[in-house]
Ligand binder design. Structure first.
Ligand code: CP
Length: 318
């Protein structure tokens, strides 16, 4: 593994999950592999879980992590090649990334999409430019279209919570929200569950909220949420804005919020969400505060996912 940007960078998801659970059982089993190595964690957007879990993961490996809040504290970066920089951007990534490549052994980069121009967002320009110009391995801490550390965590959490003999039925359901959110988590979860290949995967959302088929093509899409939920073992709740008429909110029907009544349709399903969550908008108190909820376990598992990816990168890039 040279970079960690999507499921395509991972030859064997189950091997990563196994390693992550070994770290969970013994966090310091590889406490020397990162000694004298540094990771720079660049945040162009806010974060709690990704920032702290990745710092903890690096420390568990003996590695130093330095956080840089580019969005608040750094020079405003330009990402377009051949840009005439007479506007608000101060420094080109072509100049900044090689410097960071000299300071650090690995870079983690967190960006969000603009939600204004689909082609720009889906070109993943920010992450691609850091890969092109830094000269060191890049770990996505969430990009314009994907959130791979979250998705690896999600599969770890599903594996921990499923012991039955049958294939798990996993339902990704759209939920209401007050503002347009990226498609990253839903795209990434779909990509990883499809690549993993060990579940019956259903996606349910109102019409007009189709995701990019590149990520969802092996999933069954059902527009009636109650039908989709039948016999689900896991329900993953997430809002996303429209993909086709890009970055909009169309339907925001509160009837799409998951409740205990709807959970009765499932196979006593566990409920997942990446957090942060808008309580009683995206997901009800009665579920978040119940034994159905895996959200804290998911967030805690972010450490082991990050530690696994970091150790793979360190071992594969000397
Ligand atoms: N799930 C997630 O990425 O959380 P943060 O935005 O707090 O990092």
């Amino acid at each position: 593994m040279k970079n960690f940007i999507s499921a395509h960078d991972v030859p064997d998801i189950n091997a990563l999950v196994k390693k992550a659970l070994e770290y969970k059982n013994d966090p310091f089993k590889a406490k020397h592999i990162g000694v004298n190595k540094r990771i720079g964690l660049l945040f162009l957007n806010p974060s709690m879980r990704t920032r702290l879990s990745t710092q903890l993961a690096a420390q568990n490996l003996g590695m130093e992590a330095i956080v840089f809040n580019v969005g608040q504290e750094g020079w405003t970066l330009e990402f377009e090649d051949e840009a005439i920089m007479s506007g608000t951007t101060v420094e080109h990534v072509k100049d900044a990334a090689p410097v960071l490549g000299k300071y650090f052994d690995v870079l983690g980069v967190r960006t969000f999409p603009s939600l204004k121009n689909r082609e720009d967002d889906y070109s993943e320009l920010y992450i691609t430019q850091f890969i092109k110009y830094s000269g060191i391995p890049i770990i996505s801490l969430e990009s314009a279209t994907l959130h791979p550390l979250q998705s690896l965590t999600d599969i770890i959490t599903i594996k921990e919570n499923f012991t039955a003999k049958h294939r798990p039925k996993i339902v990704l359901t759209w939920a209401p929200h007050v503002k347009p959110l990226p498609q990253c988590v839903a795209n990434s979860f779909s990509q990883w569950i499809n690549a993993w290949g060990e579940a019956d995967f259903v996606i349910t959302h109102p019409e007009d909220y189709e995701l990019n088929q590149e990520f969802t093509k092996k999933a069954l899409i059902i527009h009636k949420q109650n039908e989709a939920l039948i016999d689900a073992d896991f329900v993953y709740v997430k809002n996303w804005s429209t993909y086709n008429d890009y970055g909009k909110i169309y339907c925001n029907d509160p009837g799409w919020m998951l409740t205990n009544e709807k959970l009765k349709l499932t196979n006593n399903a566990k409920v997942m969400h990446c957090l942060p969550v808008r309580r009683n908008v995206e997901l009800s108190d009665e579920i978040l505060d119940s034994d159905h909820s895996l959200v804290t376990q998911q967030a805690a598992n972010r450490v082991w996912a990050a530690q696994t990816v970091l150790s793979e990168i360190l071992q594969n890039n000397g």
